[in-house]
Design a protein around this ligand. Sequence first.
Ligand SMILES: Nc1ncnc2c1ncn2[C@@H]1O[C@H](COP(=O)(O)OP(=O)(O)O)[C@@H](O)[C@H]1O
Ligand SMILES: [Mg+2]
Length: 220
Amino acid sequence: MIIVIGGIKGGAGKSTIAANLAARRSTEHKVLLVDGDEQETTTLWAATRSENFPDKSENLTCIQLRGRATRDEVLKLSTHYQDVLIDVGGRDTTTQRAALTIANLVLLPLPPRGPDIWTLDKVAELLADVRIVNPSLSAWAFLNRADASGTDNQDAMQMISDTPGIELIPPCIGDRKAFPNAHTQGLSVMEVKPHSQKAVKELEELYQYCFDSDIVLNKN
Ligand SMILES: Nc1ncnc2c1ncn2[C@@H]1O[C@H](COP(=O)(O)OP(=O)(O)O)[C@@H](O)[C@H]1O
Ligand SMILES: [Mg+2]
């Protein structure tokens, strides 16, 4: 599978989710993690991981790609890996578009906040463009950094459900310190100490949903 962790807003949690899913997936499969953002968050995460935990990095290779090469090189490399996860920058870039043309799935982490939710229409337009060349592309949005209480989560989920071409999926990730704690150490929330049971459970739910081959195959 080729999965883009996309969207056009910085700070939504793309790099965090990409790293966590890649780490989790690499416990079972050979994973290629592509950093398509010039901010290089994912490259730094992977470098920290390789340096501090070389044993955890065996099944996880991280490379940087930008622009059209994101399509061409991933297509060549994808035969060597079970899964490719592509983290992109928080804008509508050639890199993101190139990645989306070859992806099976784009995951859209969305904090339940106005500035993030307001990008949905633009993301839908971007996806409509890309589907001209990649009609089977699935787009799944979920809440990231969700609130513990209040009505903002529900409002955001309604806005996602109302956006054509984007599907709201059930997994939901709360705002949990374990994510930045793990990320700065080159780890996932599954691996970091102290353990956050809630973060682990939420990530596992997202992981199972994304890599449940039946769900994805039925979509495509
Ligand atoms: N579920 C979460 N809980 C708490 N903090 C989070 C969560 N997801 C992301 N963050 C934090 O939000 C900030 C932006 O996340 P990042 O993954 O870099 O976003 P993006 O790649 O979309 O720009 C980072 O400081 C990250 O640690
Ligand atoms: Mg990022």
